[in-house]
Design a protein around this ligand. Sequence first.
Ligand code: AMP
Length: 399
Amino acid sequence: MNILVINCGSSSLKYQLIDMDGENAIAKGLVERIGIEGSRVKHETIGKEKQVIEEPMSDHRKALELVMGALVNPEYGAVKSLDEIGAVGHRVVHGGEDFSASVVIDEKVMKAIEKNIELAPLHNPPNIMGIEACQKLLPNIKQVAVFDTAFHQTMSPENYIYAIPYEYYEKHKIRRYGFHGTSHMYITNKTAEILNKNVEDINLITCHLGNGSSISAIKNGKSICTSMGLTPLEGLPMGTRSGNIDPAIVTFLMDKENLNTEEISNVLNKESGVFGISGVSSDFRDIEDAAADGNKRAQLALDIFEENVARFISAYMTEFKSIEDIDAIVFTAGLGENSPETREHIINKLSIFGLEIDENKNNVRGKETIVSSEESSSKVIVVPTDEELMIARDTLKLI
Ligand code: AMP
């Protein structure tokens, strides 16, 4: 069966059509600039020439119409008719406390996703637009919602309640939710497979390091703590997000720079992180290049990032009985998979725990590999993530 995976942003949309018999992507693409001048679909059917379809798209429905058109195009499409799509899996960012697993979408589910808009005002509305458009275009097949927050719903209160008046949790549901759950779950399952263990028996610290970054402690295959919080702003410094800072900086800066809530939110979400420190770029490749050319602020940004990753890993060690109790520290996502230097620097900072990288094995990019030395107290593993496949698997399971 073919499953269509949809990931809608405010002006973009990523899609993949996956043949679940062999778990192979048969087509994938990206729609950019939805609702903005210059909109286009970049489509690729695997094994055929890539296409760029430039056409005005006023909204997500129009964008999805063009995607469906591309999928069935006789020349560069992947299927003969839309009947060959068995179900649609949607990435939904915030499920709040309503969802601890993926669900088949019905009216009740839509209401709950809508209710959670207040927790993810930038993310849930485009997710909803994508679902509604697919319901209209593919009315006869099931749609499934896969939540970024669901995998972390197994955290216990001491790991998700903030030290602010408890009534704000009761009144506004302010608590840690965590994100990247689909990725942390995928690499948890994959690592269990690599180490030949049951997922229920696996203990890990999973590091999703990309433009957005988060770390999770996984005990017996379940997320018990994670670094992102009420929103994806908390935790590590990221491409443009500040991660953890003294909360007093928020009001201090608002006063000093005369910023309103939207402006301070922009500073922390879009102008901070390694971009804010380096002044060079939010892309780690550019920052690594600048640092190699002697740019001190670029080097500082990398040092701060690596220091914070190491600090989170060491903090999460306390969730386990001993370092030997942890099956592996796992690196994934753009930076985690592709930067041997970043992995080496981070693991070197953790030598007090007996962790040790093997330089030769670590010289790898984007490939499933055990990169620790034989002597290392716990394994260090690179596992490429595949959120689309995880969404498709959940979708198939549910239908
Ligand atoms: P993601 O959000 O998972 O797509 O990751 C994007 C981040 O990964 C960007 O900051 C990229 O610079 C970084 N990245 C991708 N490839 C490499 C590489 N070969 N070396 C260093 N960073 C990389």
